[in-house]
Design a protein around this ligand. Sequence first.
Ligand SMILES: C[S@@+](CC[C@H](N)C(=O)[O-])C[C@H]1O[C@@H](n2cnc3c(N)ncnc32)[C@H](O)[C@@H]1O
Length: 332
Amino acid sequence: MRPWIVVPGERDSGIRDPSRSCAAYRFLCETAPVNAQATTLTGLSRQYIKLCDVADFDDPEILAMLREIEPGRPAEQERHRKLWEYALLGLYLAEVGAITPEATALSVAAGHEAPLYWLANQIERVVATDIYGEGAFSGREADGSMLTNPAAFAPYPYREDHLEVRDMNALELDFPDESFDIVFSLSSIEHFGIPQGTQRAAREMSRVLRPGGHLVITTECLVGNNPLDWPAVQVAMRVATRGRRCPTSTLRRRVTDVFTPKEIERYVVKATGLSLVQPLDLTISPATHESVLHWVEDGSELRAADGSQFPHILLQGHGAPWTSAFLAFRKS
Ligand SMILES: C[S@@+](CC[C@H](N)C(=O)[O-])C[C@H]1O[C@@H](n2cnc3c(N)ncnc32)[C@H](O)[C@@H]1O
């Protein structure tokens, strides 16, 4: 049985964390699940199932792909975990041969993300779904006008008749079983309501995927163990401060929508009923740790100790930092 998670130093390739004695490493060792399975998709040219790391932005293939999907960013601002998610999605789908003129794709909680337009230029049909015009992201990623004028958000000309935008809750996808060759959801599943909403959406995404199809989910993963991230501690803080701190925390849900590695396993991976194509590599380089951005004052801004806002990779509020995790599955 293969391990579900690779902790630093356990494998022969890929980036390792040389600071094996750091708190983050101890946390990973203590929390790495041992009883889940990953089916490695053999022959992949890189470790896709991993956390975002500054070193990834030195990879010419990742840089080329992120520029292809979302061109025109100033060089400094390209070091952003959102663009890393786009680049890995593009590289992964291309490598596994999922991008064909006949292919169909569903994006769950799509907002107006650039990969929609990139895919529409290459495959038969892309369906973008979100609760457009509703919820915390309305007017931002989930701007209601996406339903009527997706071209207004396009980063470049695209084949408009290959992109369909629909108002749809991720918890109840209005498609028959096995409808799509590709299903993906970027930076969203943590916002559906942890844990039940997350689990339900993961099941739905898996349900509408065709056998042989590819599912990609990116989400937020805590890097380290800080008691301030424990829901019970946050509830105590809420009560002690009469709701001034951690106002939305409950005994099952922390104030920030982020997962521990164990929660990713329990609420996302297991709920899909599928296996990851590679074990999740939780390695984070020292350079990434040093680049952490902290919430400033009212939480509306993120800055590093030197005042910079990039690289935008590792973020920290009052507990441990977190970054993006890339997960991919193949339905057999
Ligand atoms: C951080 S945004 C990410 C948007 C887009 N995937 C991207 O990468 O730019 C999270 C998205 O999740 C959507 N969302 C939240 N709850 C949802 C639900 N129950 N069903 C569908 N979409 C939801 C929000 O409307 C928002 O567009």
